[in-house]
Design a protein around this ligand. Structure first.
Ligand SMILES: Cc1cc2nc3c(=O)[nH]c(=O)nc-3n(C[C@H](O)[C@H](O)[C@H](O)COP(=O)(O)OP(=O)(O)OC[C@H]3O[C@@H](n4cnc5c(N)ncnc54)[C@H](O)[C@@H]3O)c2cc1C
Length: 412
């Protein structure tokens, strides 16, 4: 069987790795590198050599069983991993002191936790069980009648920054997704995140290196997909063609929408469903100057958020991970750029609205029809690495249930 996989992000690569040796798989990737949103840059800072992530940078240390099993399967064991604090400082532009200063190892006690700490803590304790995926975050927040400053500059700021949407759009996001990231911000114990010392992109290259029968073509941007009698024809921007019987679209929803033939447009078709996923641009810089963190170093967390002009943007301090002051900052809406820049990159971030959650379920019902499969962050879970891997496992299980590599990963 010939399988075409469009996109060599983590979802497409996991699919290819699982299908390897079971069929003839070809992965077509537009960029010259694999990894998708996992983009790592090497650099030497203050004599310390490191690989710094510009996009995907971490997974939850205790909730990433698929990611952990995958790392083990490709030989990236504990020596390649580090657990680092996931702490938060929330500020509002124009305020002298942050609104909330989360726990961080060795933070001096005299610093305090900021005026929003107690309110945020009692809100998060009062939320109770995780709500259903379809409940909008605004419906969870409203009954608490919180001070607007706490609501907008803390509770709405973190999701606005993660998903690149205006603060005003956060009430329409799925509360379940939003709370996945918010729950730890006012904990007495510091939550931990797991990083790959060799960079998140190294998992993508490790997967690619283990392919034996599957082929990856980089620099092959698929321009359109045509339906044939026994499958699909993939045509890239150079005119090169690839005929397949099964097609896996492991690209963001708007790209999948653009690629599919117009004949699939009626109600209840993939095209109809894919339109419901929306994305926002996010621009990041890796830099050395502390442009967007508080002046007082004792207030720094690994994630430093500032809300300004209806947006919220984060500056990640990589000091606790690498021992050097390197920052990864969102610069999509900042008034001034950082000065000592190592690298920049632009991404598209999915807005996990309750409508997107509904679309995800509608898409699940269409999976595999006419040999067409959808993989990627938007098809399941909160849209993180774990979700993208789970989506690849799901597709591979349908195409090649006897793949021996499936046994190496837990059932999502
Ligand atoms: C800036 C940013 C940071 C993130 N950080 C984290 C994090 O720290 N932890 C976490 O768990 N999740 C994070 N995420 C979520 C992230 O989206 C997922 O973790 C995961 O990387 C998504 O993988 P994917 O394979 O679904 O899609 P992508 O990574 O988007 O891969 C899609 C691939 O398809 C390719 N492609 C697109 N169009 C075409 C075409 N026409 N032809 C051929 N190829 C094409 C792209 O070049 C890309 O390689 C982050 C997301 C963003 C945007």
């Amino acid at each position: 069987m010939r399988v075409g996989i469009v996109g060599a992000g983590i979802a497409g690569l996991v699919t290819a790795w699982l299908l390897d040796r079971t069929c003839t798989a070809t992965v077509l990737e537009a960029r010259s590198r694999v990894g998708g949103n996992a983009r790592s840059a090497t650099g030497c800072v203050d004599g310390v050599a490191g690989v710094f992530d510009l996009g995907t940078q971490e997974v939850a240390a205790d909730e990433s069983s698929l990611h952990t099993a995958l790392l083990t399967a490709v030989g990236l064991d504990e020596r390649h991993l580090a657990d680092v604090p996931s702490s938060h400082t929330f500020s509002a532009a124009g305020h002298a002191f942050p609104l909330l200063v989360g726990n961080h190892p060795d933070r001096p006690v005299h610093v305090g936790r900021g005026p929003a700490w107690e309110t945020v803590r009692s809100f998060l304790e009062g939320v109770g069980e995780p709500p259903d995926w379809h409940v909008p975050f605004g419906a969870v927040v409203e009954p608490f009648s919180l001070p607007p400053e706490v609501r907008d500059h803390v509770l709405y700021a973190l999701p606005a920054s993660l998903f690149g949407c205006p603060v005003a759009d956060v009430p329409a996001l799925s509360a379940r997704v939003v709370l996945t990231d918010l729950l730890g911000v006012a904990d007495d114990t510091v939550p931990r995140a797991r990083i790959l010392r060799s960079g998140m992109e190294s998992l993508a290259w490790a997967l690619a290196a283990q392919l034996t029968t599957a082929e990856i073509r980089t620099g092959a941007e698929v321009d359109r997909v045509e339906r044939t009698d026994d499958g699909y024809l993939l045509i890239d921007t150079t005119g090169r063609r690839c005929a397949v019987e099964q097609l896996v679209l492991a690209v963001p929803a708007p790209t999948a929408l653009r690629l599919l033939p117009p004949s699939m447009t009626g109600p209840g078709t993939p095209l109809h469903v894919l339109r419901r996923f929306t994305y926002r641009p996010l621009r990041y810089a890796l830099h050395l100057d502390p442009a967007y963190v508080p002046h007082d170093r004792s207030l720094w967390s690994t994630q430093n958020l500032v809300s300004h002009d209806g947006w919220a943007e984060a500056s990640y301090w990589y000091g606790p991970s690498y021992g050097v002051d390197v920052f990864k900052s969102q610069i999509t809406h900042r008034s001034a750029p950082p000065r000592r820049v190592l690298a920049t990159s632009t991404f598209q971030a999915l807005s996990p609205t309750t409508d997107a959650i509904g679309a995800r379920q509608a898409l699940a019902a269409l999976q595999g029809h006419d040999g067409l499969h959808f993989a990627g962050h938007y098809t399941t879970g909160p849209g993180d690495q774990e979700s993208a891997i789970a989506s690849g496992v799901d597709v591979a299980r349908r195409i090649a249930p006897d793949s021996t590599r499936l046994r190496l990963l837990p059932t999502p």
